[in-house]
Design a protein around this ligand. Structure first.
Ligand code: BDP
Length: 659
């Protein structure tokens, strides 16, 4: 039975799968061969496209030459479950796969190609995801949290999964979300926040049925469900006196709880754990290591083929800001590198791409490349917590691509070293545009495509998204709007890799000293003489020494450190000359003026697309541009006047740098 394509509620944007994207598939004759649940999904997709565009779909016939425009064949046996091949000969386009997921990805690839999939001849090409796990973490709370709301760091309305303190009754939108995710290659989702509050802790046991319902809605699109769990669950839920990972009773409790999870969700992916971090419980309370903690859960999951994703985001968030000896950037490496080789095979260490916390510019985490005996996954933040909160256009493709291509260790790139997969914090919610800012969809799409191919050209991925989403017309203008938006954002916010300077708590808008005298470990050390954090080995915190060669040497000296990271690694005077030839203070002034000017230009460009873009979407984006411009000006004025006052150095171009 073909599975019907999920129906979106009235007014919800179909994102990158508008009906028009299926024109080429839906106007021809298609043959589908094979059986299994995902084949029914594929059949449903093609049937819906044919219904719309007048084509025809047939099941399980012989693929006689020329009789079909498209053959989707699950018959072959020499491919991985997610792989597919594509070829075109004698007027027939053929997709072959060994697994249902492969067939589905093959269909979506044909949709992406559109007409181009049905013209000329094509040699057999094999498509294979570089990373087996391509996952989104949702920081969704089941119950609305008094401070963080329903979705922690969510800027797109409420949760797609949870409403009024329980799983949504109508999961059609969740099915549609699974469809969108599959169409960009994502295959796993964690459905609740890594900060596991009390209500959410129960999802693991007495409320697993709700998780199972969500999992069932995601399965037809090949998405496996994962759950964030509390390390203290045996105490919280099981009434045990301890959660000590080496305690037999605790091990038995996890084994039993996990068995029940798999009974409810046979293809369950595994657990996500934030432990000993920002107040979450963990193994330190029992004098145990994080390998002990992770291996406890790995052992419970192992009989079922599940994985524990153990986050490396472990640091002291209550450090004394007067103590310059503590460096938050060092923490993950210091905690985890000594444990290399101690983690079970089904334990994945999930590492944020930078050492601090998803700032607009950070160096690549030195942990990546330093733990050859551990499966690492890299975590990105698609939700724009520190990059404009989906009120600003900030397309992060170029940043992620730089991270993934970074040769962290002996010629191996980050993309090659992330054997445990690529994971990101989702930016989607129940907003009609999925992501609040309609253009933030491009970040979600780009993440999925880069997880499939970390060395893909981000600009090409962007063009794919634009083509699918908007059809022909506004491509060139849109590409320009996105292309430099990350660097523009960087220009008008915290300079030269120093980070933060955001308003405490919600992290939106400027506050240069917002975190300077707080215990979170995110400082810029600006005074009348200079700015930046000395992380050198010679005179600073020693963080630069955590890198492999050549990076350790390169970052150690301000003479060789790249400009964009200078203040992350060094404390320098305002008159310090950058490689660009400018002084630090002049760079700050110039970039802040430029950043605002670039937003003004982008806003104009968007305005000029009015006739080419659907009016509802156009208006929403236009409104957000007004806010982006207001905010960019605010950043410019606060940063420039702050540094003018600290340094006393006027702008050499004579502009007014303080209100
Ligand atoms: C920070 C967020 C916080 C998250 C934390 C994390 O501000 O809400 O809980 O990361 O990754 O960026 O656990």
């Amino acid at each position: 039975m073909p599975l019907p394509v999920p129906v979106l509620p009235e007014g919800v944007d179909p994102a990158w799968l508008p009906p028009a994207a299926f024109r080429a598939v839906g106007s021809g004759r298609t043959l589908i061969r094979g059986s299994g649940p995902l084949v029914e999904t594929v059949h449903g997709e093609v049937a819906e496209a044919c219904r719309r565009f007048g084509g025809r779909v047939v099941r399980d016939a012989e693929p006689e030459g020329g009789a079909y425009d498209l053959v989707l064949d699950l018959g072959v046996h020499d491919l991985g479950d997610e792989d597919f091949t594509l070829a075109r000969q004698g007027g027939t386009t053929a997709v072959t796969a060994s697994g249902g997921r492969g067939l589905l990805y093959g269909l979506f690839h044909v949709v992406r190609l559109g007409e181009a999939a049905f013209t000329g001849e094509r040699e057999r090409e094999r498509h294979h995801p570089a990373l087996a796990l391509r996952m989104l973490d949702h920081w969704d709370n089941v119950a609305v949290h008094p401070v963080m709301g329903q979705v922690e760091r969510g800027y797109a309305g409420g949760s797609l999964f949870w409403e009024d303190g329980r799983a949504r009754g109508d999961l059609e939108r969740v099915r549609a979300y699974g469809r969108l995710l599959a169409a960009c290659g994502i295959n796993a989702v964690a459905v609740n926040n890594v900060n596991v509050h009390e209500t959410e802790a129960h999802l693991l046991t007495d409320r697993i049925g709700e998780v199972a319902a969500i999992a069932e809605a995601l399965q037809p699109y090949g998405i496996r469900t994962h759950l964030s769990v509390s390390f203290a669950a045996p105490v919280l839920l099981g009434g045990l006196p301890t959660a000590d990972p080496l305690d037999e009773g605790v091990r038995g409790w996890w084994a039993e709880a996990t068995g029940a999870v798999y009974e409810a969700i046979p293809d369950f992916g595994g657990y996500v754990v934030k432990a000993d971090s920002e107040g979450q419980p963990g193994p330190f309370a029992y004098g145990r290591s994080h390998a002990d903690g992770a291996n406890l859960l790995a052992a419970a999951l192992e009989p079922y083929g599940g994985t524990v994703h153990w986050r490396a985001f472990v640091y002291d968030h209550c450090q004394d800001w007067r103590d310059r000896g503590t460096d938050r950037a060092r923490a993950a490496y210091d905690h985890f590198v000594p444990l290399d080789g101690a983690f079970a095979d089904n334990a994945v260490l999930q590492v944020k791409h930078g050492p601090i916390d998803f700032q607009v510019r950070e160096p690549v985490s030195p942990l990546i490349g330093a733990m050859p005996g551990t499966r690492l996954a890299v975590e990105l933040q698609v939700t724009q917590e520190y990059t404009g909160q989906q009120r600003h256009v900030c397309w992060l493709g170029p940043m992620w691509s730089e991270v993934l291509r970074f040769p962290a260790e002996q010629g191996s790139s980050v993309g090659e070293l992330t054997r445990g997969g690529l994971i990101a914090v989702s930016n989607a919610g129940d907003d009609p545009f999925w992501t609040g800012h309609p253009l933030a969809q491009a970040n979600l799409y780009t993440f999925g495509r880069l997880a499939w191919r970390p060395d893909a050209e981000p600009g090409e991925v962007l063009d794919e998204w634009i083509g699918l989403t908007f059809g022909p017309g506004p491509e060139a203008g849109l590409h320009a709007v996105f292309d430099g938006s990350w660097r523009t954002y960087e220009k008008y916010t915290a300079p030269l890799g120093v980070g933060f300077m955001v308003q405490p708590g919600h992290h939106y808008g400027p506050s240069v000293d917002g975190y300077e005298y707080s215990p979170w470990g995110t400082y810029h050390f600006a005074d009348r003489d200079g700015i930046g954090v000395d992380r050198s080995v010679a005179t600073g915190t020693g963080y630069a020494g955590q890198y492999a060669k050549p990076w350790a040497e390169l970052y150690e000296s301000p003479d060789t450190c790249p400009d964009e990271l200078l203040l992350f690694f060094h404390h320098v005077s305002y008159g310090h000359t950058l490689h660009s030839g400018k002084t630090v203070i002049q760079h700050i002034y110039d970039t802040h003026f430029e950043g605002v000017a670039e937003v003004e230009e982008a806003r104009e460009l968007w305005a000029s697309l009015a006739g080419l873009v659907d009016p509802v979407r156009h208006t929403r984006v236009a409104e957000r541009y007004e806010e982006q411009l207001r905010s960019a000006r605010e950043w410019r004025d606060q940063i420039n006047s702050y540094f003018f006052r600290k340094s006393g150095v006027p702008d050499e171009r004579g502009r007014r740098v303080h209100p």
